[in-house]
Design a protein around this ligand. Structure first.
Ligand code: AMP
Length: 182
């Protein structure tokens, strides 16, 4: 259930590199160009739908904010619920939070304490556009477990392979990246 080389190349070419954003030395992977291309967006979502249709999931949890775009669309295709994992201070009800280290300083993600409580034994797919150091996803997967759900897999459209952010996360949860980026 993997994409062909041609399909992967098509997706890679639909993503735009922006040099030195948000700061010098960073190559920002801009997925807005993928989203604007109906064929690329459809190819990606059909692939994810096919992969996850056999996972017996109850929810997709998307990471703020680009994880929402892929996660909410996928949840609808799978016929299951969607849960947002947000940056600190954005969610209105009681939250559980998790801090994680940035290059300089710390950041924090939150989820509603009852986010998955509408089903018994929630089985959750975590999704984001990109894994770099893996810190954000590791914190998000911890949050899912903290509020009583099982994080079945963490899925990313792109993985920055040169950073090896995936190894720590892989100790906690299965990891799937659609495209590896050198
Ligand atoms: P990390 O916690 O280091 O794995 O960073 C992952 C988060 O930062 C994801 O939400 C990504 O959307 C964002 N991110 C990190 N690096 C990049 C990059 N080079 N291009 C686009 N987004 C990035």
């Amino acid at each position: 259930m993997t994409l062909s080389i041609q399909e992967k190349t098509f997706l890679i070419n639909s993503i735009r590199d922006i040099n030195d954003f948000p700061k010098p030395g960073i190559v920002f992977k801009d997925i807005t160009t993928l989203l604007a291309d109906k064929d690329a967006y459809a190819l990606l979502m059909k692939h994810l739908n096919k992969r996850y249709s056999t996972y017996d999931l109850s929810h997709v949890a998307g990471i703020d904010a680009r994880g929402f775009i892929f996660g909410a669309a996928l949840a609808q295709m799978l016929g299951i619920g969607f849960v947002p994992i947000r940056k600190k201070g954005k969610l209105p009800y009681t939250t559980v939070s998790e801090k994680y280290a940035l290059e300089y300083g710390v950041d924090e993600v939150e989820v509603h304490i009852d986010a998955f409580s509408n089903v018994k034994n929630p089985r959750v797919l975590l999704i984001d556009d990109l894994i770099a150091t893996g810190g954000t996803a590791y914190a998000a997967a911890s949050l899912i477990n903290k509020v009583g759900a099982t994080c079945v897999e963490a899925c990313f459209i792109m993985g920055l392979d040169f950073l090896d952010g995936q190894s720590k996360l892989r100790e906690a949860v299965n990891v799937y990246t659609v495209i590896g980026v050198d």
